[in-house]
Design a protein around this ligand. Structure first.
Ligand SMILES: [Fe+2]
Ligand SMILES: [Fe+2]
Length: 244
């Protein structure tokens, strides 16, 4: 718990960096491979690794799509893309609730190893540490575990905000929505919750699960502030509401 709070109190702003891009598309392809290799060093199934990679690609796709629209310069876009590629690198390897902090550290090591500058590596690390969010899932879980006043380190820059919003935007895509439904289905506690709601509302457990995921999708939608990402979120949310 103290570990988490330390980050927030240390540095509020990303180091200000400018200058030419350091990474080409070829280098970024190498970096994506590094993430996959890292997943393979942990005891997780190839199926799960595939799921993680689909998610990372989706976040990166959104960052790429919205960076210029939301007014980013090339350097900001580079930091945001690298943050997207690495943001969930430790998701399968340690305490899930800690994967922002753990991911930031390991990413910085990998980037420096690959010859990326300290400044850029540090910016990416900060972005990853701050991608967990302040509301909704998994903050609710973290509050249960660490106490009601627990908070993840807040994003302090537009880059952090962009990656955070693109990450939650994936929950509003059909793929993301179905993944969360599946996760609910295999979680004992969630299933119990859905059974209670199903009984109260006289609906099936599956319908109760959809209602619950729709509610958290709405929560995610409400958290998005960037104009163009918001517009996209609105369209995706309307589609999901119609579909389920
Ligand atoms: Fe994450
Ligand atoms: Fe993510």
């Amino acid at each position: 718990m103290e570990e988490f709070l330390k980050i927030e109190n240390q540095i509020k702003q990303d180091p200000f960096i400018e200058g030419p891009e350091e990474t080409t598309e070829e280098v970024r392809e190498e970096l994506r491979k590094k993430v996959k290799e890292y997943y393979r060093t942990n005891d997780i199934s190839e199926d799960l690794i595939e799921q993680f990679i689909i998610h990372n690609d989706q976040v990166e796709y959104f960052v790429d799509r919205f960076s210029e629209k939301e007014g980013f310069n090339e350097k900001e876009k580079e930091i945001a893309l690298l943050t997207a590629i690495f943001h969930d690198i430790t998701k399968g390897s340690e305490d899930f609730l800690n994967h922002g902090e753990g991911g930031g550290l390991i990413t910085k090591e990998i980037l420096i190893d690959m010859g990326i500058s300290e400044e850029l590596a540090e910016s990416v690390k900060l972005g990853i540490e701050r991608h967990m969010g302040q509301e909704g899932y998994p903050t609710d879980l973290a509050k249960k575990k660490y106490g009601d006043d627990f908070e993840y380190p807040k994003y302090a820059t537009e880059v952090g905000k962009m990656v955070f919003e693109c990450d939650i935007l994936t929950q509003l895509t059909k793929k993301g929505f179905n993944k969360i439904l599946l996760l609910r289905e295999i979680d004992k506690e969630n299933r119990k919750e859905d059974e209670v709601v199903a009984f109260e509302k006289n609906i099936t457990r599956e319908e109760a699960a959809v209602l619950s995921v729709l509610k958290s999708a709405k929560k995610s939608y409400d958290l998005i502030k960037n104009r163009f990402i918001k517009k996209c979120a609105e369209e995706l949310y309307e589609e999901i509401k119609k579909e389920y």
